[in-house]
Design a protein around this ligand. Structure first.
Ligand SMILES: [Zn+2]
Length: 353
């Protein structure tokens, strides 16, 4: 890792970008002096991190809790078959790849689960901007709280199935909670249950990187939210300004509910090879719908109180299969593991939230 010489950086490799009026040499110097945290190094994070490293963001902080798996390779463009065979942590594999792409910038990998308890440590280093590469709403709301509190831009993005959405939330403008006051709650679609077409997150990550470059180069005008559907192809632009809520609990009242939740919301269950995850804030779970959606992944029993069954594709830590129990309020028990980060990953993957 090298630290760029910010007094006399060599800008020649960025020539095609400094030619642009919207960047120029002045903007390029600003990019080289910037720190960006990319939270989540899945398909979205791969796309945005690749472009931001090439664009010469001086310092990148890459955060992810997962390891590379063969099913990631269809869309997560920074990883190779060798990374999957080794089961490398995504943050480490991405950092290694990007350091080969641009050795002038500083890249830090942080292999961690982002929770209210860990966010201060995981995002240590005063990022100027946070890029959303997450796959779940709880982490997005946590990041929204963090960015509003710190007064830094939050570049939201999401992609699933054949659709996607991206947009920048800037200090003083509407925040994520102005637009959507509560997370949708568990039971929604996830990439692991309904799938995702690779180009979708690549487009979202591209828009996120473009907005990050624009803002860091000095243009802090509010941007729109862009939504698209790839089948059939259709784009839609949503003006964000009218979404500003003067009574927003987060950006107006400055109450940071997601940051303030005590602990990580999870606990190992005594005497059992299982982790319990607290119910997320927001709506409960439609257990019937969840049962139907999970049917391809195993045999699940649904009662009015809970859903329970084993996941075919998820081996338990010590043999057998992972057993998933979801209560109507969203509280989830992941049996067959004692690792909180694995339990959270499985919950986000199959239950959503
Ligand atoms: Zn707000």
């Amino acid at each position: 890792m090298t630290t760029p010489d910010q007094t006399h950086p060599d800008l020649s490799r960025y020539h095609r970008q400094t030619l642009l009026q919207s960047v120029g040499e002045k903007g390029q110097r600003r990019l080289l002096a910037s720190t960006v945290a990319i939270v989540g190094c899945g398909a979205l994070g791969c796309a945005s991190a690749d472009l931001l490293a090439r664009a010469g963001i001086g310092r990148l902080i890459l955060v992810d809790r997962d390891t590379v798996e063969p099913t990631n390779l269809q869309r997560q463009t920074l990883y190779t078959e060798a990374d999957a065979a080794e089961g490398l942590p995504k943050a480490a594999a991405a950092a290694a790849r990007l350091q080969q792409v641009n050795s002038d910038i500083q890249i830090e990998s942080r292999i961690a689960d982002l929770t209210p308890a860990t966010i201060g440590r995981v995002l240590e280093g005063s990022p100027d901007l946070v890029v959303d590469g997450t796959d779940n709403f709880l982490t997005r709301y946590l990041l929204n709280d963090y960015c509003v509190r710190e007064g830094i831009p939050f570049i939201y993005g999401g992609a699933i199935s054949t659709r996607g959405m991206a947009g920048a939330f800037l200090p003083g403008g509407p925040c994520l909670r102005c637009l959507w006051p509560q997370p949708p709650g568990a039971g929604g679609d996830t990439c692991d249950t309904v799938g995702v077409l690779g180009p979708g997150p690549a487009i979202v990550g591209g828009i996120q990187a473009s907005e990050a470059i624009r803002i860091l180069a000095g243009d802090r005008a509010p941007g729109p939210l862009v939504e698209f559907e790839l089948r059939p192809l259709r784009f839609r632009r949503v003006d964000l300004a009218p979404a500003k809520d003067e009574a927003c609990i987060c950006c107006a009242k400055r109450e940071f509910e997601f940051l303030d939740r005590s602990g990580a919301g999870e606990a190992a269950l005594c005497g059992r090879d299982a982790i319990q995850l607290a119910a997320p804030l927001g709506a409960g779970v439609d257990l019937e719908a969840l049962g139907k959606r999970l049917a391809p992944h195993g045999d699940f029993r649904v009662t009015r109180y809970l859903l329970r069954g084993e996941l075919k594709g998820e081996p338990a830590d010590a043999g057998g299969r992972i057993e998933l129990t979801v209560f109507a309020d969203g509280r989830t028990i992941v049996g067959g593991t004692t690792r909180p980060e694995r339990a959270r990953a499985i919950r986000d993957r199959y239950v959503g939230g």
